[in-house]
Write a protein that binds this ligand. Structure first.
Ligand SMILES: [Zn+2]
Length: 407
């Protein structure tokens, strides 16, 4: 049993899904929250460590990163305080997620401000790494998954592709003041991401402005034509949100966002791999076209995730969860109730290689967010954000920044 100390920790005996190879019977040495060495089975003698954990029969993946999640464990990111977000982070760590971007639905400025206030606190609390010396007492026992920043899903999106979002809060974009009105997180490491529709009034100007400010830009909730999408790409948008969901579908005479996204190698995308939002055969089609280098897995999970079937009140409406499928009063699917672990299992069940699934669940999201120097793969020098699964794909261990977060 590993202590939650910040001293050295040796994980041994695992199959390791490494950055460029799979190592059978490998070992990982962690010091001060980071991976300092990865050993293969040829290593004659492993170094001593303050704690050793045997992972025989388990497979070690990089920790999963969820770019798009509205809540879980009964907590909605629009209504959460920092402690609530900590609870979500603990739940997520128990599902293999080591970092996440709380995602906000279109709302009033007052509601945004309340949500951002909580996220700002959660970013500060969870960004403390094991080697910082800060030893934040809130992290001493069980560290929650790290809150990376915020993902604004809207409000600058197309009202004809609202999905479960409330169109009364959608806005056109006139000038930078419209962006200034959205609260941001005052923490140096905080990431800001926005999903937008380039075809709305001012959409391409908005992309230019977000690009200038260093935001991560994603195209979604859109019916854009190929011409507008080309403009969006030139302006700095090269990612697409829950590809195929909440966008005009593919038509052979009107390629739209789906046709455009499939054929542009500069464009990456994310998918809700629950088998409901996108049929498993279409997941395979997306992978054939985009390859595992350009697809990230997301959950798009909502507050009831982890609570089971039932009726829930979220976003001022009733959302029913039945047999793992969500539905609002308008009959729309309203997000998912899966976690990244379920998404990973879905992709593995389709016969996708573990190394490709690891890219989609960890490295690609880290690359999109520009944090892949620090996390997203099992490599020397990176943060020790790690997940061990058994042969039946049950989660057996999660390590966040070198701390055992779930065992
Ligand atoms: Zn969403």
């Amino acid at each position: 049993m590993a202590p939650d100390s910040t001293n050295s920790l040796l994980l041994r005996g695992a199959r390791i899904i490494g950055h460029d190879r799979v190592i059978e019977q490998g070992a990982v040495l962690i010091e001060a929250g980071h991976i300092v060495r990865v050993f293969d089975s040829e290593t004659p003698q492993l170094p001593a460590a303050d704690a050793v954990v045997d992972l025989d029969g388990l497979t070690l993946f990089p920790g999963f990163i969820d770019l798009h999640i509205h809540g879980a464990a009964g907590v909605d990111t629009m209504a959460a305080n920092a402690d609530d977000l900590g609870r979500v982070g603990m739940f997520l760590a128990s599902k293999g997620v080591t970092a996440w971007l709380p995602t906000l639905v279109p709302s009033t400025i007052e509601q945004y401000e309340q949500a951002i206030h909580a996220i700002e606190k959660a970013v500060a609390q969870t960004s403390v790494c094991a080697d910082s010396g800060a030893r934040d007492h809130r992290l001493k026992s069980v560290p929650p998954a790290r809150v990376l920043g915020v993902h604004y899903e809207g409000p600058f999106v197309n009202s004809e592709q609202c999905g479960a979002l409330h169109r009364e809060h959608f806005r056109p974009y006139q000038n930078a003041a419209d962006l200034d009105a959205l609260p941001t997180i005052k923490h140096e490491s905080a990431i800001h991401m926005m999903t937008l529709a380039p075809e709305i009034e001012g959409g391409v100007a908005l992309i230019h402005e977000l690009h200038r400010r260093g935001w991560i830009i994603s195209i979604g909730h859109t019916r854009a034509t190929v011409d507008v999408l080309d403009e969006a790409l030139r302006a700095g948008a090269h990612h697409m949100t829950h590809f195929m969901n909440a966008m005009a579908p593919l038509h052979h005479r009107a390629p739209g966002p789906v046709g455009w996204g499939l054929i542009h190698d500069q464009v990456t995308c994310d998918v809700i791999a629950d088998g409901i939002h996108v049929d498993p055969s279409i997941l395979k089609l997306i992978l054939r076209s985009k390859t595992a280098d350009r697809v990230s897995l997301i959950s798009d999970a909502i507050a009831p995730t982890g609570l089971g079937d039932g009726e829930y009140h979220i976003w001022d409406e009733k959302i029913v969860v039945k047999d793992g499928r969500t539905q609002n009063a308008r009959g729309s699917i309203a997000g998912s109730v899966i976690t990244m672990l379920d998404a990973v299992r879905m992709m593995l069940s389709l016969g996708i290689f573990e190394s490709d699934v690891a890219r989609m669940a960890s490295l690609n999201p880290a690359r999109l967010l520009g944090i892949d120097v620090d996390c997203g793969s099992i490599e020397e020098g990176k943060r020790a954000d790690l997940v061990a699964l058994d042969e039946a794909r049950n989660l057996r261990l999660t390590i966040v920044g070198g701390h055992v977060a779930f065992q």
